[in-house]
Write a protein that binds this ligand. Structure first.
Ligand code: PLP
Length: 391
């Protein structure tokens, strides 16, 4: 066969996407082992049956043909209304593009912001797809650290240095994998740097309904930021609709118009029955979002209580999202080694911090995604495992 493009051949950089542990846990499960999986950000509940009823109704009512590429008007308007409240300014349907999930939004936003060869900043630790998404548009991913010791708030001094000559900055608050919710100080520092260096800010806000402490403040709501921010949202996490692939990008009208042209040449829109179901889901208001989020807060609290004052495990208490980062450096193992040995010894799968960049080395990420009784069992096994290491 002819050789594939360099762009696709080098999408994951060194060819390793960092998810070996996840694949191994899945293979063990397929082979019949009862693995307790605390790996990916997938709820242990399905989509609410009322939302599914609406999806079915919409499909039967004929929403099965090509839908409007920018998104159906009512859904764009509903997202705009939601963002108007969050951003404290008037967001209209023309500022919103409906996309098949937040990931498609991240790709489209980088495509809109960056040319080939541009330096695209991201904060390390990062959601695993970020560097590949940046490479997919031909740009160069440049990680800037956020350290465990700083509660995983971004290092603003390092960011100011990296920003020279860069084109874009990708931020994610509430954060995966760390659970950090960016402080006012972080957000205003980022805004000042973005303005000083004329950067696009791509703000991944897919966890905005999962905040345990403080508040989620969209960076687009800061003075001068709406004109340079592309915000990404999704119903995956907020409404347990991961498989429906429904999200949005919000940004200045002119660039959204160009992204509609991109959508015409890539996704050609999102199925109409999915959009109708999303519209219905948003119309249910905050109660459904709170009920989807509540188990993660409960399990977060349980985990923090169980390892309080533990000699070898230190949690970095997350202010949001569905994960807890554990600092396991006191065990003497790397995150990779800890996760691999925990899986073999206890059939508990957590993600090595190294899967999310260099800044999370020596940590593991625990996803809060098993029913409470199985979650408590997994945590007991994890603690027991750490104690055998110490012994
Ligand atoms: N951004 C972050 C930070 C995520 O953790 C995820 C999924 O885990 C996504 C984006 C992608 O979400 P979606 O299902 O909306 O594509």
């Amino acid at each position: 066969m002819p050789s594939p493009s360099q762009r696709i051949a080098t999408l994951t950089g060194d060819g390793d996407d960092g998810w070996q542990l996840f694949y191994r846990a899945r293979a063990m499960k397929a082979a019949g082992h009862d693995v307790l999986e605390l790996t990916i950000g997938e709820h242990d509940i399905g989509t609410d049956p009322l939302i599914l009823d609406e999806m079915h109704r919409a499909a039967r009512a004929g929403h099965t043909g090509y839908a409007a590429v920018p998104g159906v008007a009512a859904l764009r308007a509903a997202v705009a209304a939601r963002l108007s409240k969050q951003h404290g300014r008037r967001v209209t349907a023309d500022h919103v593009l409906i996309v098949p999930g937040g990931q498609a939004g991240l790709f489209a936003a980088h495509h809109a912001a960056c040319d080939a060869g541009d330096r695209a900043l991201l904060i390390d630790p990062y959601y695993a797809t970020y560097p590949g998404t940046i490479r997919a548009v031909g740009a160069l991913p440049v990680p800037v650290p956020a350290r465990s010791e700083d509660g995983f708030q971004p290092d603003l001094a390092a960011l100011a240095v990296a920003a020279k000559g860069a084109r874009s900055l990708l931020i994610n608050s509430p954060n995966n994998p760390t659970g950090a919710v960016y402080s006012d100080e972080s957000l205003s520092g980022i805004a000042a740097i973005a303005q000083a260096h004329d950067l696009w800010v791509i703000a991944d806000e897919v966890y905005d309904t999962q905040v345990w402490h403080g508040r989620h403040r969209p960076i687009a709501s800061l003075p001068g930021m709406a004109a340079r921010t592309l915000s990404i949202g999704s119903l995956s996490k907020s409404h347990a609709m991961t498989g429906s692939r429904l999200g949005w990008v919000c940004g200045p009208e002119a660039v959204i118009a160009q992204m509609i042209t991109l959508a015409t040449h890539t996704t050609y829109g999102v199925p109409g029955y999915i959009q109708e179901a999303g519209l219905f889901a948003l119309a249910q208001g905050a109660a459904i979002e709170a009920s989807v989020a509540a188990p993660f807060k409960r399990r977060r609290d349980l985990l923090l209580a169980r390892i309080e004052d533990h000699p070898y495990l230190r949690a970095i208490p997350p202010d949001g999202a569905m994960y807890v980062m554990l600092d396991i450096r006191a065990t003497g193992l790397s995150g990779d080694e800890f996760a691999a040995r925990l899986l073999d010894a206890e059939l508990v799968a957590v993600m090595p911090g190294e899967s999310f960049g260099n800044a999370a080395a020596g940590h593991v990420r625990v996803a809060l995604t098993l029913p409470d009784d199985r979650f408590a069992d997994a945590i007991a096994r994890l603690i027991g495992f750490a104690e055998t290491l110490a012994a």
